[in-house]
Every structure is written in C-alpha cells, then in structure tokens.
Design a protein around this ligand. Structure first.
Ligand SMILES: [Fe+2]
Length: 356
C-alpha cells in the first residue's frame, strides 16, 4: 500500500504580492489561510497559503511572490494546477473570468471532463475541471457561490519531455497507478483516486526545459500528503532503495515536515506530514491568514524581514464569519530549538540591500 494519501500542497512563484492576494481571493475564490515567509535564503519573501473552507491538505496552494527574479516556463515543470468544480460550472467560470478580463482557454475536455485553463496575473496557469464526485467544502465569495466554487485540487499537470521514467517514479516510488491516456495526457491516481489523488503528465517532447529556481510565473513543486514523520522516513528509504538518492533530509516547515526529491522528468516532488495543530497552531481559525506569522526562530528578525516585504492588505471578506474567537494553544515543542539539520537560524541580507 502506498504511503502517499493524496496531494498535500502545490507551491508556485507569483510576482507581486498584492496582485496575488487580490487575484486568488477575489477572482479565483480561495481563502488566504496563512501569511508567513519563505524559510530558505537570505532575502525575505512572503509565503502565502490559500485553501478551501476547511483548510484541507489537497487544497493548499502556496505562493512565493517573487517579483525580483523572473522564471522561465517550460518542460520539467508543473504546467498548470487543476481545481475540481461542480459539474456544469465551467460555463460560470468562463463568464466570471470574462467579466474580470482574465485570459482563459475556453471550455475544453480531458478524460471526458470539461475544463478551462486560466492565467494568474504572473502568468501561472490554473484550471477548473468538472468533477461531480468531489464533495469537499469550497470557500465562497459574493461572486462565487457554493454551487460553482472550487473544492480543492483535482491535481497538477506536469510537463515532461519523456513519460516513461517519470511514470516509473510515480508508480514505483510513490504508489500511483496509471489509469488512462488521452492524447498527450497520462493520468495517474493513488489510493481511491479522483480529486486530490490525481497527477497528470502532459507529454511535450519538443518543449524546452523551464527553470528550476524560484522565479516569478513558474511553479516550484508539488507535495504529497503522508501521515507522519515516520512515514516520511519510510518514504526516504524507498527512494534510497530505488536509487533516487537525491532525497533531502526531513525539513521543518513549521506547519508540516517535508522531504524533497526531484523526479526524472525534472519536477520537484515533496512529501509532507502535517504537524500537530496544522495551520491553527499559531493563530485562531477565525484569524487565519490575517497576520504575518513567523516561526519562532525568525521572530528576532521581524522588523528586518518586514522591511523587505511589499505591504499587503487582506480583503475583509477573507475572514471566517461567525467563527468562535479561539486562541490556539502553544504547541508543545514549538519554541524548542533543534539540533537537526533543518534551518533554524535567521540570516538575512539587510533590508536596504534587498530592494531590487
Ligand atoms: Fe512545499
């Protein structure tokens, strides 16, 4: 049986921070659930998390607004992120996107499902794909009602120049099954399959490789959902056994713990185990996404970090109406330092030096 339970999150590099917040919350109808920063590197960048109404793994889209460095799109990357929407709602999405002057593909079909691809302001590609089996609780806005809203991920579409080796990676190392081919698209599902348990490869043999760095307008990685740190260690063992020896050590991402391994097609694949308390470990459920939160090991540099970031305003309607004012209890061990290999020190270039 696969250690992978489904998708956990998908992480991309947007461009401007405010345009990312405005587009994803107001036009695409996501709930901003966390404002924090990228935990790696000497420059402070936001790390913004968006999700469905229940903040579930499998709906969490995270962005690094990375205006200072452009990315290059191409193969070996996540080419788009598909969200499932109720049957019949692609028509709504087409009209909604037209109203907001968002470029889109119009209705298309893949594996018998109607879908539409649209552009985020940074150039990132998103999709809505109809799936009547997905009953998750989507976030709603005054323009996007429950009967048309996104439920969470259907799955990422990964551009590869060759299918075979990436197929072996998803099947042998991660426990997916190949469930279909439709033209250039190859579909893989894990567990019971369907939404949030699907990965699609698109075979693009002549497409030049895209960049692997953080860079505006490109996706960075897809994360699989594993049950625990023990399962992450087990997964690392599977990678080693099969010869995928480039797997990282376990990293502490505060809200989850992660290992990373680049698949043969070039796409970075993370395995993540949600930490105790998940996204409510450092702010009340009703306040999720409304404050800039830093892990304990970055707090001493808060002023320096803020000086490097674009100020953002979170739309009022992003807050959870009627939610009880619960202050999350500190999670045991959260303020303890670690002797592990994961980054636990705040080392940033000065705010002045970062304004480029
Ligand atoms: Fe990640």
């Amino acid at each position: 049986m696969s250690l992978v339970q489904g998708l956990h999150h998908i992480t991309v590099c947007a461009s401007g921070a405010q345009e990312d917040v405005d587009f994803l919350t107001q036009v695409f109808g996501q709930r901003l659930i966390k404002q924090t920063i990228l935990f790696d590197g000497r420059y402070a960048h936001y790390h913004l998390y968006y999700a469905n109404a229940d903040c579930q793994p499998g709906s969490v889209y995270t962005t690094f607004p990375y205006k200072r460095v452009p990315g290059r799109v191409g193969s070996g990357q996540i080419s788009s992120t598909a969200y499932s929407v109720p049957k019949g709602s692609v028509k709504f999405w087409k009209e909604h996107l037209d109203r907001h002057k968002v470029p889109h593909s119009g209705a298309q079909e893949r594996f018998g499902q109607s879908f539409l691809r649209l552009s985020h302001p940074s150039g990132l590609q998103l999709e809505v794909i109809e799936d009547s089996d997905d009953q998750r609780n989507g976030w709603t806005t005054d323009q996007i009602s429950k009967d048309v809203t996104t439920r969470g991920f259907h799955g990422p579409v990964l551009s590869v120049r060759e299918v075979a080796e990436t197929e072996r990676f998803f099947v042998d190392a991660l426990g997916f099954k190949k469930t279909g081919t439709d033209g250039a698209y190859h579909r893989f599902e894990v567990g019971s399959g369907g939404a949030a348990k699907t990965v699609t490869l698109v075979h693009e043999p002549d497409r030049a490789a895209g960049s692997w760095t953080f860079g505006a307008g490109t996706a960075h990685h897809v994360a699989m959902d594993l049950e625990s740190d023990e399962k992450l260690a087990e997964q690392k063992g599977i990678y080693d056994e099969l010869g995928y020896t480039a797997c990282s050590e376990i990293k502490d991402r505060n809200y989850f713990h992660s290992i990373y391994c680049r698949c043969p097609g070039g796409i970075l694949v993370e395995c993540a185990a949600t930490a105790p308390g998940a996204f409510a470990r450092d702010e009340a459920p009703s306040e999720l996404g409304t404050h800039l939160l830093l892990p304990p090991w970055f707090e001493e540099k808060r002023a320096e970090i803020i000086a490097m970031l674009e100020p953002i305003q979170v739309p009022e309607n992003n807050r959870l109406a009627g939610s009880p004012e619960v202050i999350a209890a500190p999670v045991p061990g959260m303020t303890e330092s670690s002797d592990g290999p994961s980054r636990r020190k705040a080392l940033f270039v000065s705010g002045e030096g970062s304004k480029n």
